[in-house]
Design a binder for this molecule. Structure first.
Ligand SMILES: NC(=O)C1=CN([C@@H]2O[C@H](COP(=O)(O)OP(=O)(O)OC[C@H]3O[C@@H](n4cnc5c(N)ncnc54)[C@H](O)[C@@H]3O)[C@@H](O)[C@H]2O)C=CC1
Ligand SMILES: O=C(O)CCC(=O)C(=O)O
Length: 387
């Protein structure tokens, strides 16, 4: 029996994939695995028993990764599963920033509905007029799952698209329309684009990457869109630019005291991934990844441990070890197993930066004592007997 705990509501389409041997617990401390969306986990202590956290979504800045890693907790996310939902919001954001659709609707809602409503509407409409996005320059910072989709959609809407991503993945590059200008100097985007949209993860390296200096380079009347994370942008500087008439609109998915109801901002309450399809996709992917990890020890789409696929164990036993990526670890593991007379059938050792993961299939069942001896090795964070 496995127990899972949901820190946020998770789509039933995903949770229904858990078979009967999985139970949804009300108590986080009892959980083998935790599912989360945007809940802040930085001040939460997860139980020793908890082996995995699955973020049903992309951004993992709400999860203390270093702390989890050193507890041997594998953190998963669901790359691309909600990217289309965000892409559609970005397109909507560009349109809302270009035409005063909201102003027009609000004006109409306040009117008395009388026989002459059509006539009054025709008279008023000029104050809600705007411009088209076709033919305008769009700069995209971050060409990952979302950035690529936004880029390709914008091309189809007739925009001239410039993309910047020094770490673009091979997959993303393959999916990118050939009509997009892939540029190496981010300042070109700041200087030349009418619309700028950011789609990078929030890390120490990207925090406040758009600040006063970057805004100063931008064209007058630029529209800045932020569906990634508010802390990527110096929003005090944005509000000054909006007030000064330098920036036309700031479209953001993140409400906070700086931007909520501020002039010329369009703020949505973190709705990018709030579609039936995105919520279902993320939940299904998160649940499948958790099940494969809990039952087989396989890792796919983890942000803190390497991928590892040993399939289903066909030998007598399997154990997995989460540990630091330093010399002499494997020899210590094989010594413990050799001393206990345990024969190794197969072994996989993978690393991701400072951390590593070892999966060992053996020809006889593994005792708790052997697992304890492995756990006692310095810089071993967790040992699981899978079978
Ligand atoms: N508003 C919402 O509901 C949602 C927001 N997000 C946010 O959007 C972010 C991006 O999501 P995805 O595209 O799915 O992630 P992704 O991981 O597929 O793409 C991120 C891209 O940013 C690039 N990158 C990293 N540092 C960069 C830098 N300094 N300059 C330029 N590019 C850089 C990476 O190389 C990668 O290609 C997430 O980390 C999350 O914070 C994601 C999903 C929903
Ligand atoms: O779960 C959500 O609604 C938030 C989505 C998000 O911000 C992400 O996937 O990074």
């Amino acid at each position: 029996m496995y127990e899972y705990y949901c820190l946020n509501p998770i789509s039933a389409v995903g949770l229904d994939k858990f078979p009967a041997k999985y139970e949804n617990t009300e108590c986080m401390q009892e959980a083998d695995a935790i599912l989360v969306r945007s809940a802040d986990m930085h001040n939460l202590e997860v139980a020793e028993k908890t082996a995995a956290v699955a973020r049903a979504g992309a951004g993992v800045n709400n999860i203390p990764l270093e702390k989890m890693t050193k507890k041997g907790v594998v953190v998963f996310n669901t790359p691309g599963a909600n990217a289309n939902g965000v892409k559609e919001m970005v397109i909507a954001g560009m349109l809302l920033a270009s035409r005063d659709i909201i102003g027009g609707i609000e004006w109409l809602e306040k009117q008395d509905v009388t026989e002459d409503i059509a006539k009054r509407a025709e008279k008023q409409k000029k104050q809600f007029a705007g411009c088209e996005i076709s033919g305008k320059k769009l700069g995209i910072i971050g060409l990952g799952a979302i950035g690529v989709r936004v880029a390709n959609a914008a091309i189809h809407l007739g925009m001239e698209v410039y993309g910047y991503d020094p770490y673009i993945s091979v997959d993303a590059a393959w999916n990118l329309s050939r009509s997009i200008y892939h540029i190496n100097d981010i300042n070109m985007i700041y200087r030349d684009c009418d619309y700028i949209t950011i789609h990078v993860p929030l890390t120490d390296a990207t925090r406040k990457m758009i600040g006063k200096e970057e805004i100063a380079q931008m064209k007058d009347d630029v529209v800045l869109l932020n569906f990634a994370r508010d802390l990527l942008v110096d929003e005090e500087a944005v509000c000054e630019a909006l007030k000064a008439g330098k920036m036309k609109k700031y479209v953001t998915d993140f409400a906070n005291p700086t931007v909520a109801n501020a002039p010329n901002t369009l703020v949505t309450p973190h709705l990018g991934a709030s579609t039936e399809e995105s919520e279902d996709n993320c939940a299904v992917m998160a649940v499948k990844q958790l099940m494969d990890y809990l039952e087989n020890g396989n890792i796919k789409n983890s942000v803190n441990y390497p991928s590892c696929d040993g399939g289903t164990c066909i030998d007598a036993g399997r154990l997995t070890i989460n540990h630091k990526n330093i010399p002499n670890m494997i020899s210590q593991f094989t010594k413990v197993l050799g001393d206990a007379g345990v024969n190794i059938a197969n072994m996989i050792n993978k690393s991701k930066g400072d951390y590593a993961y070892t999966m060992i299939d053996v020809t006889m069942p593994i005792s708790k004592e052997v697992a304890q001896a492995l756990k006692a090795i310095e810089e071993v964070y967790r040992v699981r007997i899978i079978k």
